[in-house]
Write a protein that binds this ligand. Sequence first.
Ligand SMILES: Nc1ncnc2c1ncn2[C@@H]1O[C@H](COP(=O)(O)OP(=O)(O)OP(=O)(O)O)[C@@H](O)[C@H]1O
Length: 375
Amino acid sequence: MTDTTGTTDTTDPATGRLEVAALTKSFGAQEVLRGVTLGVEPGSTTAIVGPSGSGKTTLLRLIAGFERPDSGTVRLSGEPVAGDGAWVPAHHRNVGYVAQDGALFPHLTVGQNIAFGLVGGAVGGGRRAKARVDELLEMVSLDRALASRRPHEVSGGQQQRVALARALAREPQLMLLDESFSALDAGLRVATRRTVAAVLGAAGITTVLVTHDQAEALSFADQVAVMRGGTLAQVDSPLEVYTRPVDRATAEFLGDAVMLEAWVDGDRATCSLGTVPLAPTTHRGRVQLMLRPEQIRVDPEGPIRGVVVDTDYFGPESTVRLELTSGREPGCETSALAREGEIISIRHSNAFIAAPGTELRLRIEGEAIAFPPAG
Ligand SMILES: Nc1ncnc2c1ncn2[C@@H]1O[C@H](COP(=O)(O)OP(=O)(O)OP(=O)(O)O)[C@@H](O)[C@H]1O
């Protein structure tokens, strides 16, 4: 890797580490970032996910050096690049940036676009530049023959891979992907995302992806940072943020959630589904309980009964809405909060079991999460 002074040091364990501390940014009276702290380990991938307007792109632009923070610091490979009196402009940060539409130059060929990324912007060519362009095309799984085409003569997924190759040409320490897959249709999005993840992983480049798509964040990243209202609500592994969200808004943003009134006593919660194992919590007494729909399993021996109200079929799975009925099995504690007639949603892979009126028996798998009671 080459740093801003032109020297190379790939042995420094800090190379590629990103540290963002207490970052704030306002536009006029609007406070867009309100103290963001985030660490990204060298060679790892972090997805910043959150609703529209939560400040994701602003954070990425501050990391890239397209904007200056009001306060707080950005450090790259252990060196401050913004804040604390430091300011390293974007083109000296050794950071790659891939925008949503790829932002390729339409008047240049694919090869020239990539060569533009080479240090010195070797648009004119030269044998070494051509060899490097071929190497970069290969890295992103594109045929060399595409080098002579214009961007509009290749597909959307190929354009994104060209944009990645152009960004890789500078051998960045950090790659920033700003909604880089959002404009692609579903199949192409998954394939392109896989290629990009594999290329960046193999090159050991630290990567930050901004997306509003929670499934993309969970599948792409080692670490997911959930942004809401200009702060990070939770930063953790994909599994942890999905199965152990810190609050209800995070739970609901990351996927479907079944929310139930419950009463916590020790490591168990009592609710309309009976007594449910609980993830470790400090909450006691009345709570809101969160289960993912896939934790409620259809099981002929299951202690919970419900009647199918309706289903939402979407191919491999259906969301099935059930009305809970009484008649839990003996030995299964009945909840003081049990509300016969309560509607819950579950997921099921067999759409044929789910005709309205069918009675199903259910059991809970895994642990529920407790949040403070609503209101
Ligand atoms: N240069 C700017 N000038 C004024 N306001 C801005 C500027 N950039 C962003 N904003 C405002 O800051 C807020 C956050 O914008 P930002 O683009 O960071 O959010 P986002 O989470 O990336 O949203 P989206 O997913 O819709 O892109 C928005 O209200 C936006 O209008």
